[in-house]
Design a protein around this ligand. Structure first.
Ligand SMILES: Cc1cc2nc3c(=O)[nH]c(=O)nc-3n(C[C@H](O)[C@H](O)[C@H](O)COP(=O)(O)OP(=O)(O)OC[C@H]3O[C@@H](n4cnc5c(N)ncnc54)[C@H](O)[C@@H]3O)c2cc1C
Length: 447
């Protein structure tokens, strides 16, 4: 098929957001009786799922301290639930298990979940929490846990399976995905600020609207759009901070314990919820008993047949390389620089053993291959969903995004002229206006 000279909608990036946007756009066009063929083109420099979406742990949850994030996640969980089988989604639920320092934050999340009708159970008190957890895993042994938020919705999905299913779905609707095409820049015409065409490694393509879902590569698209590298941020106390970097990278630490995933099943022999523990209980090595940390630490995990074992991760660490110098390619496990560390493996497996006796002494089962990858975060670590140059929409999820499958749908509705209230708290001008999101005591930059 010839390379197109024009498409009404160009979507850049075949990750979760690009394909979700294309999905909804195609459905909307078809629903209004239009022929979708040739109208929507997805441009992807490598292949489907070759970015963050292809290596995501796949967790879908809603334990967000920020009301705007919670509402948005509830919408995305609706999209996951609309086709669990087709999207390879496992609605097993999710548990936020915490020590006292997070008790009040998590209680507030629970109360607000109740107010939006998002089903969850909240357990308080050390004895009660241990009792509740042993009802799920009889070998539960984490000490000092004083609250458990059990989200009955959410769970996880199998990233690459989901992505290929999404790609099939959009292609069946008439979307054209072109892989191996790198976007190099944008052109305007006749003094207009709007993007008239997209420059690619295979030539220019004219368009009416561009949607950019470039994941960790958003830094480069920001530059192509002539947007500021440094910005002014007014914080929640009204203090103004000048010259704050718009982007920064964090390394996501994830890995797999190569055991029969059945080892992770619950007492009833079924899939347990995804487990997420944040605690300040001293963490000791499962190898030699030495102290790993007596400061706040956090892990998450699940039995996962797609990864072939118990899969999960821990708090990320900030990449200290100046943002312009961070080498994004080769990405993920292929990166010579940004993969999960040996320290992570030791900490994570020890933390599994801290939580459940069945994982004690299993360090030799930690997989040897590289894993993890970097994510691009905004100045406040929350997403930016906004339009620039009249017709270029940027989906910068600040690495919150696998679970946010519904964002592309909302973006598609905006592209078709309907502003979405759920996206309003994520506009770029919030930094200057001081309309930031509240932050919790979690050890993660994304909660
Ligand atoms: C290790 C890890 C684990 C994670 N786990 C979770 C999780 O459990 N739950 C969760 O909700 N989120 C998770 N995330 C975050 C989540 O994966 C990302 O937020 C999300 O996948 C981003 O999707 P995207 O579509 O924006 O970008 P991506 O999936 O990165 O897709 C962007 C695409 O754009 C393409 N591209 C880039 N530049 C160009 C160009 N110039 N021309 C053409 N194409 C280009 C890339 O090749 C890529 O395919 C995790 C992230 C990492 C790194």
């Amino acid at each position: 098929m010839a390379f197109p000279e024009h498409a009404r909608f160009i979507v850049i990036g075949a990750g979760i957001h690009g394909l979700s946007t294309a999905w909804r756009l195609a459905e909307r066009l078809a629903a209004s009786g239009q022929d979708v063929d040739g109208q929507i083109v997805v441009l992807e420099k490598t292949g489907i799922a070759s970015g963050a979406s292809g290596i995501a742990c796949g967790v879908v949850r809603n334990n967000y301290f920020q009301p705007a994030m919670r509402r948005l996640m509830a919408h995305s969980v609706d999209v996951w639930e609309s086709d669990p089988e087709g999207l390879s989604y496992h609605p097993v639920g999710y548990m936020q298990i915490s020590s006292e320092s997070m008790h009040e934050d998590v209680r507030s999340i629970y109360e607000q979940q109740q107010s939006i009708g998002y089903e969850s159970v909240f357990v308080e008190g050390e004895q009660q929490c241990t009792h509740y957890m042993r009802g799920i895993f009889d070998d539960w042994q984490a000490k000092g846990i004083t609250s458990v938020l059990h989200e009955k919705r959410g769970g996880y999905s199998n990233q690459t399976k989901t992505m290929y299913a999404l790609a099939d779905k959009v292609e069946a609707l008439g979307v054209r995905i072109i892989s191996g095409v790198e976007v190099k820049g944008f052109k305007t015409e006749n003094g207009s600020g709007a993007i008239a065409s997209v420059e690619t490694s295979r030539g220019d393509i004219g368009c009416e609207h561009v949607v950019i879902g470039a994941g960790p590569w958003v830094r480069d698209f920001w530059q192509m759009l002539d947007l500021p590298k440094q910005i002014t941020v007014k914080d929640l106390d009204g203090n103004v901070h000048e010259n704050v970097d718009m982007w920064r990278y964090w390394q996501l630490e994830e890995g797999v314990l190569v055991v029969d995933p059945e080892l992770g099943l619950a007492n009833d022999g079924k899939m347990p919820p995804v487990i997420h523990v944040d605690t300040d209980a001293p963490l000791h090595s499962t190898v030699d008993g030495s102290l790993i940390t007596d400061e706040m630490w956090g892990i998450y995990y699940k039995p996962d047949w797609h990864f072939g074992g118990i899969q999960g991760g821990a708090s990320p660490y900030k990449v200290n390389t100046p943002v312009d110098d961070v080498a994004i390619d080769p990405y993920g496990p292929s990166s010579p620089e940004f993969v999960s560390s040996h320290e992570f493996a030791h900490m994570w497996v020890s933390a599994l053993a801290h939580c459940q006796k069945r994982y004690e002494g299993l360090m030799p089962k930690y997989h040897k291959e590289a894993s993890g990858g970097i994510g691009c975060f905004t100045a406040d670590s929350f997403p930016v969903f906004d339009s620039f140059h009249e017709n270029a929409t940027v989906i910068a999820d600040s690495n919150h995004g696998w679970k946010m499958i519904g964002v592309g749908h909302l973006i598609a509705d905006e592209v078709l002229g309907e502003r979405q209230e759920l996206l309003e708290p994520f506009r770029f001008d919030r930094f200057e206006k001081g309309e930031l999101h509240p932050v919790s005591n979690s050890p993660y930059p994304w909660s």
